[in-house]
Design a protein around this ligand. Structure first.
Ligand code: SF4
Ligand code: SF4
Length: 298
């Protein structure tokens, strides 16, 4: 499940030394599993086989990351995906439970393609403590227009159509149905792929997605931290380390370093400084990136 944004959330400041103040991200994305069942042509998973195999993040590694985030008082959104489909992960409920107990100020979120979601799993996610669920109903072809019918069809299929009062509206990605129930907010989106999707830092090559010379700053490296299923922290969610051009954007390995050591590393700090000035000399992948997510801005 590819999209990686959440609502803006208050970030904390952590002082490492009197001279160094690095804001915590407001959004953390951890791929606790590897597999996606789809091969969308607007995603690098459509061009590479890396995500066709399931593999869970080592439990001890996940636990250490969550424990550290809890100790830091991380209070932003915590999502369980990037290029994986989180609902294929048989351990997901246990992972959410650990996040709720060990990082209680964080806000767990699920971003999914919805193929594996039914009412029973939906209720288990809510009981476990998920506060935001976004289902993106991808079509099979990129040029399929967004429709409210696609959303309604899926709501009926998942057994959720009559469960809540849904509000249907236009959103940045296309059309959406949204609802709020208790502490959870749910969005089901039918996306306009050709009009709103990007090439994920050049890793999508087979589809004529929108590209443009990027001249505006990107704050993604200041607002968002991304860790893949092996524990590698990446420059941003667009990075797909399985392709040679993106390997250099791996900042480090959480098996050998703490979250904060990597978040505050020279490499991340160099990206932040450069990207705030729209300087892409350290990261050619950014040059034609049209990523519109809220995390690219303040
Ligand atoms: S469902 Fe999401 S992660 Fe999977 S291939 Fe499609 S866009 Fe990529
Ligand atoms: S401009 Fe660079 S850092 Fe920002 S989202 Fe695009 S690839 Fe990532």
């Amino acid at each position: 499940m590819l999209p990686c944004n959440g609502a803006a959330h208050q970030s904390l400041l952590r002082t490492t030394t009197p001279a160094t103040v690095v804001p915590l991200p407001r959004y953390v994305e951890i791929e606790t599993s590897r597999k996606c069942n789809r091969t969308c042509s607007w995603c690098p998973n459509g061009e590479h086989t890396a995500r066709r195999t399931q593999q869970l993040m080592k439990w001890e590694l996940y636990k250490s990351i969550i424990t550290e985030l809890g100790e830091l008082g991380f209070d932003g959104w915590l999502a369980f995906h990037n290029y994986n489909e989180p609902l294929l992960n048989p351990r997901l409920i246990e992972e959410i439970a650990l996040a709720v107990s060990s990082a209680p100020q964080a806000h767990p979120a699920i971003y999914s393609n919805g193929d594996a979601l039914n009412r029973d799993l939906f209720e288990r996610l809510v009981v476990a403590g998920v506060e935001y669920i976004r289902i993106t109903r991808y079509p099979h072809q990129a040029d399929t227009p967004a429709t409210f019918e696609a959303i309604q069809k899926w709501l009926r299929q998942a057994g959720l159509a009559d469960q809540f009062p849904w509000e249907f509206r236009t959103v940045r990605q296309g059309f959406a149905a949204t609802t709020e129930s208790g502490t959870v907010r749910v969005e089901v989106i039918s996306p306009d792929i050709v009009g709103t999707y990007n090439t994920r830092g050049g890793s999508v090559t087979l589809l004529p997605l929108h590209v443009a010379q990027r001249t505006t700053p990107c704050l993604m490296t200041s607002t968002s931290a991304v860790v893949d299923y092996l524990g590698r922290m990446k420059m941003c969610c667009c990075v797909y380390p399985d392709i040679p051009d993106h390997r250099g954007y791996v900042v480090g390995d959480l098996n050998d370093a703490t979250f904060m050591q990597l978040w505050e590393s020279d490499q991340m700090n160099a990206y932040r400084t450069a990207h705030q000035a729209a300087d892409w000399s350290l990261s050619p992948a950014c040059r034609s990136c049209t990523q519109p997510l809220p995390e690219t801005r303040l």
